[in-house]
Design a protein around this ligand. Structure first.
Ligand SMILES: [Cu+2]
Length: 323
């Protein structure tokens, strides 16, 4: 309830800000405009193993990240806090330690020192990016976000410092233009992107780890030659609707381990920090191109996706992730 109030206030403030100040983006079809080119580099959040607690909804796991700009002695200093919809801009930021110094040493995870995700508050726009770090610790990456609104920027990294843990820090980014918030697409088991169909089985459970399996097919045929991308056949990011809490999701098995096959099924372990709606973004690579399939799922006993979604349903908005 509380978060609902906050979201409403936030949306009203945004509508006022963006609606009044800018006419840019008017006439842009928010869904069509969102058909972004396939991103060449994206992936999912690496993180410390969260053990399956076997039913104990434990205090030992902290599955939600990204809600704070500062955590564990590290701060995300987002230098670029405003950009304009439909205009390419440099997103610049620094990660600082508790003495204010820019962090310049990181532990590589999934092939990269830092993984950046950018998501709109309505969860229809999503980017997974790998910025470049200058010697002084400043990170930068060009972004082009076609839709105006409130966004969250997540930096997922592990400082090289001894004992430092994987962190996901989040900061707000405002994208100016004509703001038209969309409803969260309804929960569905199937997502389509670029002629591929991805089917989700398994459920997201509050407070405990559960398995999510995503099966990729094209033209009705299972895809059995997925390509490794950043050390896995698929990368999954899950964001909670309402506050954009960022979940830690772990791929199960990896290319070359002798038992993980290159499709059609990709398996993950995920823990939902609470009941509610979540948006899942799956990156997978096939024919040399990385594509993203997006799903809305509900976590919690009262909201089983299989019960609420007819088998033949299709996401109402496939947004940039559809077709
Ligand atoms: Cu990444």
């Amino acid at each position: 309830m509380n978060s609902g109030l906050k979201v409403s206030a936030f949306a009203a403030a945004l509508a006022a800000t963006f609606g009044a100040a800018y006419g840019i983006g008017e006439g842009l079809d928010p869904v069509a405009a969102e058909r972004a080119p396939a991103h060449d580099e994206r992936h999912a959040s690496p993180s410390p193993e969260v053990k399956d607690s076997g039913g104990h909804a434990g205090h030992d796991s902290t599955p939600a990240g990204g809600l704070q700009i500062s955590e564990g002695g590290y701060t995300l200093d987002l230098r670029t806090q405003r950009i304009t919809a439909g205009h390419r801009a440099d997103l610049r930021f620094t990660v600082r330690d508790d003495s204010g110094r820019a962090v310049t040493e990181y532990r590589r995870e999934h092939d990269k020192e830092l993984h950046l995700t950018v998501a709109s508050r309505d969860l229809l726009t999503y980017r997974h990016l790998h910025p470049t770090r200058a010697a002084d610790g400043t990170w930068s990456i060009p972004v082009d976000l076609p839709r105006a609104g409130g966004y969250r920027v997540f930096a997922d990294f592990t400082p090289a410092e001894k004992g430092a843990e994987n962190l996901t820090l989040g900061a707000d980014l405002a994208v100016s233009g004509s703001y038209r918030p969309q409803e969260l697409p309804r929960a569905a088991r199937t997502a389509r992107v670029d002629g591929y169909e991805v089917e989700l089985t398994g459920a997201l459970r509050p407070g405990r780890s559960s398995e999510l399996r995503l099966s990729v097919s094209r033209d009705g045929k299972p895809v059995t030659d997925l390509q490794p991308y950043l050390g896995a056949y698929g990368h999954l990011v899950a964001l909670r609707s309402g506050d954009l809490a960022h979940l830690h999701v772990h791929p199960q098995g990896e290319p070359g381990d002798g038992r993980t096959r290159p499709g059609p099924e990709i398996s993950f372990a995920a823990t939902a920090p609470s009941g509610g709606s979540y948006r899942l973004f799956l990156d997978f690579k096939h024919d040399g191109v990385v594509r993203t399939a997006a799903f809305t799922v509900r976590a919690g006993a009262a909201a089983r996706t299989d019960a609420e979604t007819p088998a033949d349903s299709t996401p109402r908005h496939s947004g940039d992730h559809g077709h």
